[in-house]
Design a protein. Structure first.
Length: 342
C-alpha cells in the first residue's frame, strides 16, 4: 500500500543565502575600498526534473548567480547543495568528482567553443577527462550525443566557425550532456541566436529534459520564452530575488511592483488587448551594485514606495503556498508556518 503521507523527495538543488561580492580596489596602494554586490543573499530550491526560470534586466546578477551555483566562482557566502552535497565546501578534488553531475550551456556559443578544436574534440573532451573510454568507445559516444542534439555525424571533424549559431549551440548542449549530468545551468542559451532558431533550441532542451530527466536553471531576460519553458519563475533585481512563484500564478497575478513592471513591458500581439494594457513605466536608473540603497533595493524606482521601504530590507517570505515575495506592501502570511521553497 502506498503511503500517501510520505514526505516528498528533497530538492536536487538547494541554494541558501548565496552571496557573491567582487572586491573593489582603489587608491595608490590599491587597497580594498568596497565591493560589487552581484548576488546578495539568494535562496531557492530546484526539484528533480523541474525548470526554474531566472529572469531580470541586464546587470541584475543572473549569470553570476548561475556560475556561482556551479562554483565557477569562489562564493563569498551561503551554501549550495546539489544532490545533497554542499558544493561551497567541496575541496578541488571533491569538486572535480562532482563536475559530471552539473554542467552549463553558455550564452555565446562561439565564444564558449575552442576555435582550434573540431566538434568531435570539443564534445569528447569531457569524456577524455572524466571517463576511461577508449578511442572507439569515445567516438561512439560522441556520435550518440550528436544524434541527440540533431547534428550530422559528417560534421564531427569540422570546426566551430563552419557552423551557424544554432548549430554551435547544439554543440555546446552536446558537450554539456557528455557526462550524463543531473543539473544544467542554461545561461541565456538563445540570446545570441536568430528568432527563427530560438524556438528550435528551446524545443530541443525540453525534449532532452523529457528523455533524460534533466533539471534546468534557465536564465533569460526573454519573459515570453521563460513562460514557455519554466515550471516556476524567480524574478531578480539588483542581486536579490524579489518574487518566486509558479509560472502561471506569476504571469497572471504578479505581486511585486518590479514583477508587474517587467510583465507590462512584454509585447502583446493582440492589438485589442495591447490597447487595454496599463504600461508601468519605471523612472530613474538601476542603482550601482557597489552602493545599493538602504532598505529595499527597489525603493528608488518603486511607484508604490513607502517610508519603511527606504530603511528596512523586506523579508523574502511565503505569502501563500508556493509563492515567495520580498515586499512591504504585502500583508503577513495567513499562517505562521514557514514553508519550503517549493
Amino acid at each position: 500500500m502506498v503511503d500517501t503521507l510520505a514526505e516528498p523527495p528533497p530538492p536536487l538543488v538547494q541554494v541558501r543565502n548565496l552571496t557573491m561580492h567582487f572586491p573593489v580596489h582603489g587608491g595608490l596602494l590599491q587597497r580594498r575600498v568596497g565591493a560589487i554586490k552581484a548576488v546578495d543573499g539568494v535562496t531557492f530550491d530546484i526539484h528533480r526534473g523541474e525548470t526554474l526560470g531566472l529572469v531580470g534586466e541586464s546587470g541584475c546578477g543572473k549569470t553570476t548567480c548561475g556560475r556561482a551555483i556551479l562554483r565557477l566562482y569562489e562564493l563569498t557566502g551561503g551554501s549550495v547543495h546539489i544532490g545533497g552535497t554542499n558544493i561551497a565546501e567541496a575541496t578541488p578534488d571533491q569538486l572535480r568528482k562532482l563536475r559530471p553531475a552539473m554542467q552549463m550551456v553558455f550564452q555565446d556559443p562561439l565564444a564558449s567553443l575552442n576555435p582550434r578544436m573540431t566538434v568531435a574534440s570539443i564534445i569528447g573532451e569531457p569524456l577524455k577527462e572524466h571517463t576511461r573510454l577508449d578511442k572507439t568507445e569515445r567516438l561512439a559516444r560522441i556520435h550518440e550525443l550528436m544524434d541527440q542534439v540533431g547534428l550530422n555525424h559528417d560534421f564531427a571533424n569540422r570546426y566551430p566557425h563552419e557552423f551557424s549559431g544554432g548549430q554551435r549551440q547544439r554543440i555546446g548542449i552536446a558537450r554539456a550532456l557528455a557526462l550524463n549530468p543531473q543539473f544544467i545551468v542554461c545561461d541565456e542559451p538563445i540570446a545570441a541566436l536568430d528568432v527563427s532558431i530560438q524556438a528550435q533550441v528551446v524545443n530541443l532542451l525540453e525534449d532532452l529534459q523529457d528523455r533524460l530527466g534533466l533539471t534546468y536553471l534557465f536564465i533569460s531576460h526573454d519573459l515570453s520564452m521563460v513562460r514557455h519553458i519554466a515550471d516556476r519563475v524567480a524574478v531578480m533585481y539588483l542581486g536579490r530575488i524579489v518574487e518566486l512563484a509558479p509560472r502561471e500564478s506569476l504571469y497572471s497575478d504578479p505581486r511585486h511592483p518590479y514583477t508587474r513592471a517587467l510583465l507590462s513591458a512584454v509585447p502583446e500581439p493582440d492589438p485589442v488587448l495591447a490597447a487595454r494594457r496599463n504600461r508601468m513605466i519605471l523612472t530613474g536608473d538601476v542603482p550601482s551594485p557597489a552602493h545599493p540603497p538602504e532598505g529595499c533595493n527597489f525603493c528608488t524606482r518603486c511607484p508604490q514606495v513607502m517610508d519603511i521601504c527606504t530603511t528596512i530590507d523586506p523579508e523574502f517570505r511565503e505569502v501563500e503556498p508556493g509563492r515567495f515575495v520580498a515586499c512591504h506592501l504585502l500583508t503577513e502570511p495567513k499562517n505562521n508556518q514557514q514553508g519550503s521553497l517549493l
